[in-house]
Design a protein around this ligand. Structure first.
Ligand SMILES: Cc1cc2nc3c(=O)[nH]c(=O)nc-3n(C[C@H](O)[C@H](O)[C@H](O)COP(=O)(O)OP(=O)(O)OC[C@H]3O[C@@H](n4cnc5c(N)ncnc54)[C@H](O)[C@@H]3O)c2cc1C
Length: 393
């Protein structure tokens, strides 16, 4: 049974709607200037959205991944870069919430994130390894109570604006490349030397510059679980689902613009069906497929969270990989379809039907951990994993 969601002034949805309004107002300038969406992030802080995932006993609101995906989609409809900043921050929190609860330092850190609305960034990508998240070249060095790390982090979204960075490395200088840990470094514990400037086709406001990271912090800031476990049990699923929430939001807004275009044409000529009407029906079908895919993925993750075996199973990993592949590919088709409906009014910048920003932002989806890499990973699992043939989840 569908229970209607009650929207009060301080419900998550109402707070995110207020942020989305601000994000939408600045979206074109953020994109054009390739600047950090400061107004939207200030609004996220003012609405206290940065700590919502953290458990209640640490001051948060224990928001679920499904709740957060909905907020990512709402923000994605307004400004994809702001939405992606929010999604990436929440993906980092999922690692802390799921794997840092037993550590005194990480619990205190979570309290601070809520109290001070700290913004957390991610540094997994490394020069020489690219998007191969489950391997590192750099290694953390532990010297008594202190740990030190230097990493050629070629992409850190909003690195210059973050209050802390969660960063992967090998667990010690002799460790194998896949023997990794994840460490939280606070802003005053690292320096960032800029090595690449983020001047890109889309997602320009994420300001994902490259940096040489140098950090020194108490060793207790290393998360107590191996990164292999963190990646498999929370990070990959929450990345694919929350990114998909953002991408769905981009597609929803593109289809809304196409629908407004067709309606305006229908109003102008009430006796004739506008030429784009059939295309609109087609694109609404594609949009529903993306939604169904993301909703099914969220349901599978919420169920698997309660079952460690399921969470670590190949079936679950294949399903999450497929959510990412399908949503990242289909949104491109959707935005392109919306562009065909709106014609030159969609192609031009500065019209109510402009879709250039949507199309450019949507192109990042296939690269954010390359789809080829993900397909390669799924194909190895399918050599041994029995295919899912049931509709029952
Ligand atoms: C908007 C945005 C924000 C980002 N933010 C961050 C961030 O905050 N922190 C961070 O760490 N990273 C971030 N990234 C980086 C990221 O998610 C990717 O991991 C990275 O962009 C991959 O870089 P790459 O394409 O050079 O590398 P690769 O993944 O190495 O891919 C390079 C090429 O090799 C091919 N290839 C590589 N491996 C395989 C394989 N096994 N099978 C088949 N083909 C393969 C790919 O198809 C691709 O053509 C961000 C990326 C984007 C787009």
């Amino acid at each position: 049974m569908n229970v209607p969601v009650k929207i009060t002034e301080d419900s998550l949805v109402a707070r995110a709607a207020r942020v989305a309004e601000i994000a939408a107002r600045h979206a074109d300038a953020v994109d054009f200037e390739g600047r950090f969406p400061q107004e939207a992030v200030n609004a996220m802080k003012a609405e206290r959205l940065l700590g919502i995932q953290i458990p209640r006993h640490l001051g948060g609101e224990a928001a679920s991944t499904t709740d957060i995906a909905e907020l990512c989609s709402m923000l994605g409809q307004a400004c994809a870069a702001s939405a992606m900043v929010f999604a990436m921050h929440q993906i980092k929190l999922s690692s802390l919430v799921e794997h840092g609860a037993d550590s005194e330092w990480h619990s205190a850190f979570m309290r601070r994130i809520v109290a001070e609305q700290l913004l957390i960034a991610s540094a997994t990508t490394e020069g020489g390894i690219g998007g191969n998240l489950r391997n590192s070249i750099c290694a953390i060095e532990i010297d008594g109570d202190i740990c030190r790390l230097q990493k050629d982090a070629t992409v850190i979204s909003y690195g210059s604006h973050a209050d802390a960075i969660l960063i992967t490395s090998r667990s010690h200088p002799q460790a194998a490349s896949s023997d990794q840990v994840l460490t939280a470094f606070l802003k005053d514990q690292y320096t960032l030397e800029k090595t690449h400037v983020w001047n890109t086709l889309g997602m320009r406001g994420t300001c994902s510059d490259g940096f040489l990271f140098r950090g020194e912090a108490p060793a207790k800031q290393i998360l107590p679980k191996p990164f292999a476990e963190i990646a498999a049990q929370s990070m990959l699923a929450s990345s694919h689902l929350l990114w998909s929430g953002v991408w769905y939001g981009i597609a929803v807004d593109a289809v809304s613009r196409a629908q407004a275009f067709v309606r305006a044409a229908a109003r102008k000529s009430p006796d004739a069906t506008p030429p784009g009407a059939l295309r609109l029906a087609e694109v609404s079908n594609l949009l529903q497929m993306v939604k169904s895919n993301v909703v099914a993925g969220l349901k599978a993750y919420e169920e698997a969270k309660a079952d460690g075996d399921k969470l670590s199973s190949m079936g679950f990993a294949v399903a999450m990989n497929n959510v990412k592949i399908a949503s990242s590919e289909t949104i491109l088709e959707i935005v392109n379809h919306a562009m065909l409906i709106c014609g030159i009014m969609g192609y031009k910048n500065g019209t109510p039907f402009s879709l250039g920003r949507h199309l450019r932002d949507a192109h990042s989806a296939q690269l954010m951990i390359s789809n080829d890499r993900i397909l390669g990973n799924t194909s190895s699992m399918l050599l041994v994993h029995k295919q899912d043939t049931s509709l029952l989840g």
